[in-house]
Design a protein around this ligand. Structure first.
Ligand code: SAM
Length: 457
């Protein structure tokens, strides 16, 4: 049992009343764990046919599954190949309720480590734009790595304060997700640190910050756009309370009724003494009512506002040598040449998503699809390119089985003795891309990134 703060216990008793006993008993239960199949890389049925874990379907997410305690999906080659993302089951409800449509422009304002962003990206199916932002530099780096691992091509990763983004993207996005930093009460079973840091003062600090973030988000949403607000906390001050305050200032927003599933509960206007019964349309997930941790979700629609201001991006062309080096690579090793708006970031070549506006003055970690880098008149493909390619899109590949010793050697960064065509080869695990290797004289030189290599396995 988690050692809960006394103020928290008192507060929850008052809030939950007759439900309190059932609620508090949930702390004696182990938390459940989930993975979400990355449908950008593999169909659900194909994953189930090669899946080595004990999976049970999560009712509210087609691609979501509980796995058993003895499973270790984080340490499996399929994880490194981006075939799934390990995500808390209740957190998957946000992506499931977001009603993402391919082609939309979506901003995830508080995105690290990337659970919800990678879910949204899968639903965009490579069409449209996803801007995934994280305010903390180290967390933004992890976010960027997850975007890469999941093979996402149309995502720009930024490391900005929401206020600075708001100045740039006026009325721009069809959808914005604010998965807000919160007091984390819904994660106490899973995250002891959140429990240790909890205080009534922190709840109040969090709600002020949440309102600030929503304020910035509102400026970036186009008319008829959808703002999704979520937290992993129970406190009404950070949930119904924040939405109530936001709606008081922003008459141009209304609460939408979202889809519900068995075990989902609704928010309560009464908990904050509000007369706005629309607050009861928000969603609450409780650990004693379903197999998952605590979550709150509100879906708001902007019914009025200014139209988007078009901001043109300066388009720069690549020099002839770079074009030649890139084309030499694609003609030799790929079945097609990825085209789009190229951007050179230092020596690194990217394709920027079509709908992206100017990146000027923004801290950008990933301006789009990373193709590779130029090195002394040759082009070297990136790990991001490897992870976004299908086996049918390359000329040379090396097929390895997930249970073979060769796959372990590859992930450890060792060279492999193998037959095949000379030059760049896409290394596949059970047919799904994992990284590059360069073959010469039957030896595959390992190009699996040094920072990702498995040690002491
Ligand atoms: N959406 C993420 C996911 O699904 O993986 C989880 C996001 S977490 C609940 C909230 C994030 O907000 C944290 O990564 C935190 O660093 C970030 N954050 C903290 N302060 C912030 C602020 N003032 N503005 C925006 N984001 C902030």
């Amino acid at each position: 049992m988690v050692n809960l703060p006394q103020d928290y216990i008192n507060k929850m008793k008052k809030l939950m009343q007759e439900e309190y006993e059932a609620f508090i008993r949930s702390y004696d239960e182990p938390h459940v764990q989930g993975l979400r199949v990355n449908t950008l890389k593999i169909k659900i049925e194909d994953f189930l046919s090669i899946n080595p874990f004990h999976l049970h379907h999560i009712p509210w997410v087609n691609e979501g599954f509980y796995y058993d305690m003895e499973d270790r999906p984080g340490k499996h080659p399929f994880h490194e190949a981006g075939l799934y993302y390990i995500q808390e089951p209740s957190a998957m409800a946000v992506g499931a309720l977001a009603d993402v449509k391919p082609g939309e422009r979506i901003l995830d304002l508080a995105a690290a480590p990337g659970g919800k962003s990678t879910h949204i990206a899968a639903k965009l199916q490579g069409k449209g734009l996803l801007v995934s932002n994280e305010i903390h530099p180290s967390r933004a780096k992890i976010l960027s790595q997850n975007v890469e691992r999941m093979g996402i091509k149309n995502c720009v990763v930024t490391n900005e304060h929401p206020e600075r983004l708001a100045k740039k993207f006026k009325n721009y996005f069809h959808k914005i997700l604010v998965d807000a930093p919160c007091s984390g009460e819904g994660m106490f079973r899973k995250d002891i640190e959140a429990c240790n840091q909890w205080s009534l003062d922190n709840v109040s600090f969090c709600s002020d910050r949440q309102l600030d973030i929503l304020e910035n988000a509102s400026e970036m949403l186009m008319p008829e756009g959808i703002l999704i607000y979520s937290t992993c906390t129970f406190s009404p001050e950070e949930n119904e309370g924040v939405i109530e305050q936001f709606l008081k200032i922003h008459k141009e927003f209304i609460i939408e009724k979202s889809k519900s599933f068995e075990g989902f509960d609704h928010g309560r206007a009464a908990w904050i003494n509000s007369k706005n019964t629309d607050l009861n349309k928000t969603i609450r997930l409780w650990p004693h009512k379903l197999r998952g941790e605590g979550h709150f979700i509100a879906v708001l629609r902007k019914i009025d506002g200014e139209e988007q201001t078009k901001v043109k991006r300066d388009k720069k062309s690549m020099n002839k040598q770079h074009i030649k080096d890139y084309m030499d690579f694609t003609k030799s090793y790929l079945q097609y040449t990825p085209e789009g708006e190229f951007l050179l970031f230092g020596d690194h070549l990217y394709i920027v998503p079509d709908e992206m506006i100017s990146l000027e003055n923004l801290k950008v970690l990933r301006p789009g699809w990373h193709l590779g880098m130029f090195k002394k008149n040759r082009f070297e493909p990136s790990h991001a390119l490897a992870l976004s390619l299908k086996s049918t899109e390359v000329k040379n590949s090396i097929f390895l089985d997930s249970s073979s010793s060769k796959i372990l050697s590859y992930l450890k960064g060792e060279s492999l003795e193998t037959a095949g065509n000379k030059g760049w080869n896409l290394v596949l695990v059970n047919g799904y891309s994992l990284g590059w290797g360069k073959l010469s004289n039957h030896v595959l030189k390992n190009h699996y990134p040094k920072g990702l290599r498995w040690v002491d396995y």
